[in-house]
Structures are given as C-alpha cells and as structure tokens.
Design a protein around this ligand. Structure first.
Ligand SMILES: [Zn+2]
Length: 113
C-alpha cells in the first residue's frame, strides 16, 4: 500500500497559497474604477457599487444599458449577452481570451505591479 506523498502535497499547497496571495495582492493593488475607466472608454462610470458600464465589450452592442460593472468588487455582467465574471481577473480573461495565469501576468504588466 502506498503512502500518500506528503511532501508533494505540501509543496502543492504552498504553491496554491503563494498564488492565492499574489491574486489577492493584484486585486487589491488595482483600483477598480481606474481599471474600468481604462478598459471601457465609453462608460459613464462614477458611482460606487454597480455602474452603467456603457457598451458591452463582449457582444456587438449599440444600445448602452445592458452592461454593468461593480466598482467595489470588479464584477461585471451583461444582461444582453450573458457575459459575466466576479473580478477584474475574470474580465481580462474573458475580454482578451487569456488563461488565468496569463491574465494575472497582463494585469501585472499593464498596471506596473
Ligand atoms: Zn454583452
């Protein structure tokens, strides 16, 4: 009977914790309002919480009003095409077609973190 490989488990856990810490760091270091002002050129962003995100960048939108972004959490949702995510990382993944780690790398690059 094989013993579970504790050393490998532990190193996976450490990697997961490290990644989680850097994810939290990246999310906290990026101002959500600045992020969405940069990504959504047409959005009339000004309030806290859920905002009108202007034209949806995930479908060919010509009628503002369906796309919303949350300036506290970074979440986004389009009520027309269904695009949605919980934070700026999910937004970068969806908009630029990136894997999770690639999206982190793009955010670090774009925001000089
Ligand atoms: Zn949409």
């Amino acid at each position: 009977m094989n013993k579970p490989n504790q050393a490998a488990r532990y190193s996976n856990t450490k990697a997961a914790i490290k990644q989680n810490l850097s994810v939290n760091y990246i999310k906290s270091a990026i101002n959500t309002l600045d992020f969405y002002r940069h990504e959504l050129h047409n959005a009339p962003l000004k309030k806290h919480g859920w905002n009108d995100g202007g034209l949806c960048p995930f479908h060919s939108d010509n009628k503002p009003g369906s796309f919303r972004v949350n300036l506290i959490t970074g979440a986004f949702k389009c009520f027309a095409c269904g695009a949605a995510g919980s934070d700026v990382i999910a937004f970068a993944m969806a908009l630029y077609g990136l894997e999770f780690v690639e999206a982190l790398a793009k955010l670090v690059d774009d925001w000089g973190l």
